[in-house]
Design a protein around this ligand. Structure first.
Ligand code: PAF
Length: 260
């Protein structure tokens, strides 16, 4: 395969269904290089459930237009066979792959690391941009890059929020009117937790705020150490709160630096 890519290359891997959050990643990539590659590949390996994979929104023409308007200079939408020839090397996410997001999504992070490694091998970017919205994914990708000694600089892109605080996500459109309004409880809990001076107090505050919204079914609300992804203590330098849960059948995740 010859993609005729120009270097230095800043790469933004996506699964399509692009929204303003993705466009901010592309804009950030464009500040790092005049050559910006966006891939659109719905990775079958990171879906535990074939129905979710089949239901995943696909709008290639719309995605290409959004990617280009944000500054992409090359949009690549490979076929499954291109990414996964027979017997791809599976990259295991290890223990952390089974925690937090990994608890209910068996094999998800192995699938993410496997596709990202494959995409990197096929494109050899100097820079790759990933959103902080999927903080555990970002952490695991950084660790993989270190372990394989890949010469790629991974850049964090901050979470883009709606004016009322809700983190942008392709899933938000699936919320009905009441769900959309209830969903602001997640960023409200994070914002209030962030103001606390200690991790212990922030944990308690986040739980208290989330409990105010009956329609929110919590999966987890934890504060981790950004550097290790272990649970944070009051002594942790870089604590970050993570929340995941359900509103009206839609699963939402969000996170925020706290107690800084
Ligand atoms: O975050 C995503 O959209 C995906 O997990 C990624 C990184 C493109 C891998 O398929």
């Amino acid at each position: 395969m010859d993609l005729a890519l120009k270097h230095p290359l800043a790469f933004v891997p996506t699964m399509g269904a692009l929204h303003a959050g993705h466009q901010s990643l592309i804009e950030l990539a464009r500040t790092k290089s005049t050559n910006v590659l966006v891939s659109i590949f719905v990775n079958p390996l990171q879906f535990e459930n074939p129905e979710d994979l089949a239901k995943y929104p696909r709008d290639l023409a719309g995605d290409i237009a959004k990617a280009e308007s944000a500054g992409a200079t090359f949009v690549w939408s490979p076929e499954v066979e291109e990414i996964y020839p027979a017997d791809p090397q599976i990259i295991p996410a290890g223990e952390l792959g089974n925690k937090f997001e990994g608890v209910h999504r068996f094999g998800h992070f192995d699938g993410v690391l496997t596709v990202v490694k494959r995409l990197f091998d096929l494109t050899n970017p100097e820079i790759a941009v990933f959103g902080e919205k999927d903080f555990q994914q970002l952490f695991l990708i950084k660790r993989m890059v270190k372990e394989f000694e890949l010469p790629i600089q991974i850049i964090n892109a901050p979470i883009i929020r709606e004016p009322d605080g809700l983190a942008m996500s392709s899933r938000n459109v699936r919320l009905d009117f009441d769900g959309r309004s209830a969903a602001t409880i997640i960023s409200a809990a994070l914002t209030e937790g962030a103001r606390e001076k200690s991790v212990t107090k922030a944990r308690a505050k986040i739980q208290k705020v989330l409990a105010q919204e009956e329609s929110f079914a919590l999966d987890y609300a934890e504060i981790i150490d950004e550097e290790t992804f272990e649970l944070a203590t009051d002594e942790t330098n870089l604590p970050r709160a993570l929340i995941a849960g359900w509103i009206g059948g839609v699963r939402l995740i969000d996170n925020m630096a706290v107690c800084r």
